[in-house]
Design a protein around this ligand. Structure first.
Ligand code: ZN
Length: 498
């Protein structure tokens, strides 16, 4: 019997996503176990797979197949989700001429090297011409993709489908109005944490063992995933049945590995919680980077930096690490919640973090419209950081050259980090309403009920809802700055004796 159009369509979609998962597996191996001399071989393998994935999507008759299925979804909601999201990706690809895509690839290869060198020398001028060129190419991309109000939307849509920067900015502005004075108040607050206890020696082998126990308690399935070590921690899922996470270690800074593991395991629970029946199709794929980040931040911050979590885990931590045996639970909890305005985004605490993102969003938007000249980036960066956090980078390496994103041609990505924090707080508020004893449950060391709630409300839906609709569906209202602000005020003011 000949297969139906729908079956052909789904088979093709799966092939495209499976090819993508092979790329991820090759990337994972490159970051973890590949020997140094394997780089050239790996580049050839990746190029072949990327080519196959590209051809399967926009080559041959796939466009016709997609059109045909669009006419015949017959009210099937799963098919409707798959068709909607495949159309979005397909249009983004088909609208970009090969010459432009190749030009971007060539430019980013050079820009990445120039950025690394510029950062090493703390010399923005070396990177500036590359940034100029990349912005020009990205403007072309935005024009080709199309947008209603401003070019930034076309770029943001790649990472946060359906989001509009004006809406995001409005929420961010409200958060900023609250955060800037909060950060200032905490700096001069009567109580201050003793962060030096975080620097006590904790052997790496025990850090791994402890991190594994926490991840397991969270519900990470080690029969469907594993933990390894890399320079930069990440999570990648090839299917709900194979999800890899990584972390990094510092013997004199335990929070690096532990919160790294909780963060990545939060991402991993999302991947493991997707519906395996819809694997390799949009209906079985995570919604957006912002929603993904909300899952990691939930576990890292809302759970992992919360006092209930440590009521259960701190005695276990002390049993594992003798150097912490004289530390009181409250002092530990305060130390891991140290708030300090800093220069570097990736080292920022959960209060100041979003301000780093808002600076980047503001600059990216103005760069894209041409309001801000590339040569003025260092000055704009420094002035922006001073206004938001009261600190001034001593050089561009610790200022506008710190992130790799722009050198890779990635614009519109940064807001998803902050959106993740906001979504996380709003989801967590809904979880507490649904489970009034959630804090007590966590304090008993029972983390699975929260995972089950997240799985039922968020993970299992895949891309059934766009991020904005998912938030509405789960919390009963659109994304709002309220829960995040209430969370920070409710936690940090009492902690700092305000
Ligand atoms: Zn993350």
């Amino acid at each position: 019997m000949p297969s139906t159009t729908h079956e052909q369509f789904i088979r093709r979609v799966k092939e495209i996503q499976i090819a993508g998962s092979i790329e991820s597996l090759l990337d994972w191996d490159q970051e973890t176990y590949m020997p140094p001399k394997g780089a050239e071989t790996r580049a050839a393998q990746l190029a072949l797979i990327a080519g196959i994935a590209h051809d399967k999507l926009i080559g041959g008759d796939f466009g016709r197949l997609l059109e045909q299925v669009e006419r015949e979804t017959d009210g099937d909601p799963v098919l409707a989700t798959n068709v909607r999201e495949v159309r979005r990706v397909f249009d983004r690809k088909i609208k970009l001429p090969t010459a432009l895509v190749e030009e971007i690839a060539r430019t980013t290869t050079l820009a990445k090297g120039a950025w690394a060198q510029a950062r090493a020398e703390s010399n923005f001028a070396r990177f500036a011409p590359h940034l100029e060129k990349l912005l020009d190419l990205k403007r072309q991309v935005a024009e080709r993709i199309g947008y209603t109000t401003e070019p930034y939307d076309a770029l943001l849509d790649e990472f946060e489908p359906g989001a509009r920067v004006a809406d995001v900015q409005r929420v961010f502005e409200e958060v900023k109005r609250e955060l800037v004075p909060l950060v200032q108040a905490l700096q001069t607050a009567p109580r201050q944490p003793d962060a030096s206890i975080l620097a006590r020696a904790c052997p790496v082998a025990q850090q791994t063992a402890f991190g594994l126990r926490v991840a397991e308690a969270m519900g990470f399935d080690f029969a469907a995933g594993r933990l390894d070590t890399t320079t930069h921690p990440f999570c990648c899922g090839f299917s709900p049945h194979d999800v890899r996470i990584t972390t990094r270690y510092n013997e004199h800074y335990l929070p690096m590995s532990l919160f790294g593991i909780m963060h990545e395991a939060g991402h991993a629970l999302y991947e493991q919680g997707l519906d395996p029946a819809h694997a390799w199709t949009p209906r079985g794929t995570a919604v957006s980077l912002g929603i993904h980040e909300s899952q990691s931040r939930t576990w890292e911050n809302l759970v992992g930096r919360g006092r209930p979590f440590w009521q259960h885990w701190f005695p276990k931590l002390q049993a594992e690490f003798p150097t912490l045996r004289d530390v009181k639970l409250d002092d530990w909890h305060f130390a891991i919640n140290t708030v300090r305005p800093s220069l570097i985004r990736v080292e920022a605490d959960e209060v100041t973090y979003n301000l780093h993102i808002m600076l980047r969003l503001d600059l990216e938007r103005r760069l894209l419209t041409g309001q801000l000249k590339v040569s003025d980036v260092p000055a704009a960066w420094n002035e922006g950081l001073r206004a938001l956090l009261g600190v001034l980078p001593p050089n561009d390496a610790q200022g506008c050259l710190q992130d790799i994103h722009w050198s890779l041609g990635i614009f519109g990505y940064f807001p998803t980090y902050a959106l993740g924090n906001l979504y996380a707080a709003q989801f967590f508020e809904a979880a507490r309403e649904a489970m009034p004893d959630l804090a007590a449950t966590i304090a008993r060391g029972e983390l699975r009920p929260l995972r089950e709630w997240l799985r039922a409300k968020i993970h299992c839906h895949g891309q059934r809802y766009r991020a904005t609709d998912l938030v509405q569906e789960v919390t009963g209202r659109p994304l709002s700055p309220g829960p995040f602000i209430a969370y920070l005020n409710g936690k940090y003011r009492p902690l700092y004796g305000l």
